[in-house]
Design a protein around this ligand. Structure first.
Ligand SMILES: NC(=O)C1=CN([C@@H]2O[C@H](COP(=O)(O)OP(=O)(O)OC[C@H]3O[C@@H](n4cnc5c(N)ncnc54)[C@H](O)[C@@H]3O)[C@@H](O)[C@H]2O)C=CC1
Ligand SMILES: CC(=O)C(=O)O
Ligand SMILES: [Mg+2]
Length: 551
């Protein structure tokens, strides 16, 4: 398959109208068309959504609305983000990616094929000419690890679109500056490959060498065609994710959302949770012990970023690393495990290998909990229900306020449901999941689950990088995004014991995150926007708020 360019829908939304407002609502009404007001359109859309029987149908209907009338789509999202985020994003976006070819109704972004790897610059230059506005944010995936659902091939386009929906709704990026991209490198998922409706390449996924050739060409051509844009890498399988991040981070204005965005959001939630847990136990913050179920891009990215928590408590790097225990399908990652001894263990796991287990192996979560006696459990294992009743009850015996973050997406892959977490810990759990759960009334009190999902930071990271004109997205900018998110909690939210700010305030929170990112870019000397220099946090937040796009 070659590049697909739809000149009317080549970017998340249709092109701008001649009046430059980019939406249908502002067009002069045609005498032959019935009149309808924006308020009526919004009410009509809400009514239609209420009457559609499944979340997938709501998702596909909303996708169509976004392409036809972005102003209406983003009005609806802003009006009810809590209700619609689970439809346009996780969990429903997972099903939409799985069934992408079955419900496909037209191009939503840029589809590039491995077959075209030798003419990527030419294709991107041609594509750039069709755009009325240069893209500001590109979200690119190869579809190889979509949420916890595995290789979905070209269906990965759905996740690029979903992320950009939240860039607009949550971060205030102009939708006409959003470009979703999927790189079609084949797929190892035989079910979708054999589906007669599949619209991607019907062949096994290419190896890492060929994938890197396409990525090299894409990164170079995208940075050249859209020099001001931020490029977000999304849902690459873990080995590729780390390889690409290491290779491009120092060269292009890019970041990896699963490694760095997730690292940031979980560091922020852990600041709040560890403080509450230590207040309950009387134990120092530096004594927290964190067990991860999972050793992929998300787990290693989060553990790496959470090292900053312990360094801030005065620990050295080696001491901070000692606070983490990572479990993968073969058990606790130890220096004596056979794949480690033979050198076969994936490179990204090596940093967290435990070499203090005296030759004893810990093959299961239960055995690691007994050995470590952790204060926190983090799930990034793609395994539904992996935090079972015994493990959770044991965490509640060991801790006054156990920290349990089942973060795998979508809900069908989540390690622990919120209701079970409350039941099995007598309500003492400090909880955050990757996909949303409803609040629960318990013991006369409303318990609100945290949503530890990178959507709380990536819009601010991208927006801050854009506004500061950052040449690169540094580690310091990522950590600053986490600190800004944790500091965005209001007194009332803290009093309620929340780990994250409420979603209703996402625009304000994203402006705070972006301001933190801008300041870090300035401190690290990678910013180019001189106008923002010398401003304090409040003034930067004000600048970010004013720069946000509204429907
Ligand atoms: N909440 C959030 O914001 C985010 C959540 N995630 C979620 O994290 C999950 C993992 O993503 P990646 O690390 O990129 O995937 P991955 O597939 O590379 O990693 C999964 C890891 O879990 C391990 N694993 C699988 N089953 C296991 C089991 N039963 N017991 C112990 N370990 C097991 C595997 O060995 C592997 O190390 C996905 O579900 C994804 O949706 C990813 C990014 C952000
Ligand atoms: C949230 C996200 O980025 C993921 O689950 O992959
Ligand atoms: Mg992701």
């Amino acid at each position: 398959m070659s590049i697909q360019i739809d000149k009317n829908a080549d970017i998340l939304t249709p092109p701008l109208t001649p009046t430059g407002t980019g939406n249908q609502l502002s067009r002069s009404p045609s005498p032959s068309r019935p009149q309808t007001s924006p308020a009526q359109n919004l009410l009509r859309l809400q009514t239609i959504l209420q009457n559609l029987p499944t979340d997938l149908l709501k998702h596909t209907h909303l996708s169509r609305v976004r392409r036809e009338d972005p102003n209406l789509f983003f009005s609806a999202l802003n009006d009810n983000l809590i209700g619609l985020a689970p439809i346009v994003y996780t969990p429903t976006v997972g099903e939409a990616c799985q069934k992408y070819s079955q419900v496909y109704s037209g191009p939503e972004g840029l589809y590039l094929s491995i077959d075209d790897k030798h003419r990527i610059p030419e294709l991107l230059a041609e594509f750039a000419q069709t755009l009325k506005n240069p893209p500001q944010i590109l979200v690119v995936t190869d579809g190889s690890r979509i949420l916890g659902l595995g290789d979905l091939g070209i269906g990965g386009m759905g996740i690029s679109v979903g992320k950009l929906n939240l860039y607009v709704a949550g971060g205030g990026i102009n939708p006409h500056g959003c470009l979703p991209v999927v790189l079609d490198m084949g797929t190892n998922n035989e079910t979708i490959r054999n589906d007669p409706l599949y619209i991607g390449l019907r062949r096994p996924r290419v190896g890492i060498q060929e994938a890197t050739e396409l990525m090299d060409a894409f990164m170079e051509a995208a940075a050249s065609a859209f020099p001001a844009a931020v490029i977000q890498h999304e849902d690459f399988y873990s080995e590729a994710a780390f390889d690409f991040l290491d290779k491009y981070k120092g060269k292009y204005r890019m970041f990896n959302d699963d490694i760095e965005g997730t690292g940031s959001v979980i560091l922020a939630g852990f600041f709040a949770a560890a403080k509450q847990a230590s207040e309950a136990s009387g134990k120092p913050l530096k004594d927290h012990k964190v067990v991860f179920l999972g050793g992929g891009s998300a787990a290693v990215g989060v553990a790496r970023e959470m090292m900053n928590f312990f360094k801030m408590q005065g620990l050295t790097e080696d001491e901070a690393r000692e606070r983490f225990w990572l479990i993968d399908t073969k058990g606790l990652i130890t220096s004596t495990r056979s794949d480690v001894v033979s050198g076969k263990v994936a490179a990204h796991k090596r940093y967290f290998i435990r070499s203090d287990t005296n030759g004893v192996e810990y093959p299961s979560l239960a055995s690691v909990i007994e050995y470590v006696k952790p204060t926190a459990l983090v799930g990034l294992s793609t395994t539904f229900g992996a935090f079972g009743e015994d493990a959770v009850r044991r965490m509640a015996e060991l801790n006054e306020a156990p920290i349990i973050f089942p973060l795998s997406n979508p809900t069908s892959k989540c390690e622990l449901a919120f209701s079970d977490a409350l039941d099995w810990t007598d309500g003492r759990v400090l909880f955050a999941s990757g996909s949303p759960y409803d609040s629960i009334h318990r013991d006369g009190r409303l318990r609100e689950p945290g949503q530890g999902n990178n959507f709380l930071v990536f819009p601010g990271i991208g927006f801050g990088a854009l506004q500061s004109g950052a040449k690169r997205i540094t580690d310091g900018m990522i950590t600053a995004s986490a600190i800004a998110l944790s500091e965005a909690l209001t007194q009332e939210e803290k009093k309620m014991g929340l780990l994250y700010p409420r979603l209703e305030r996402i625009r304000e929170v994203s402006a705070n995150v972006a301001a933190g990112v801008v300041k870090a870019a300035q401190d690290e000397g990678v910013d180019t926007n001189e106008e923002l220099r010398g401003l304090d946090h409040a003034a930067l937040v004000e600048k970010m708020r004013k720069a946000q796009w509204w429907p």
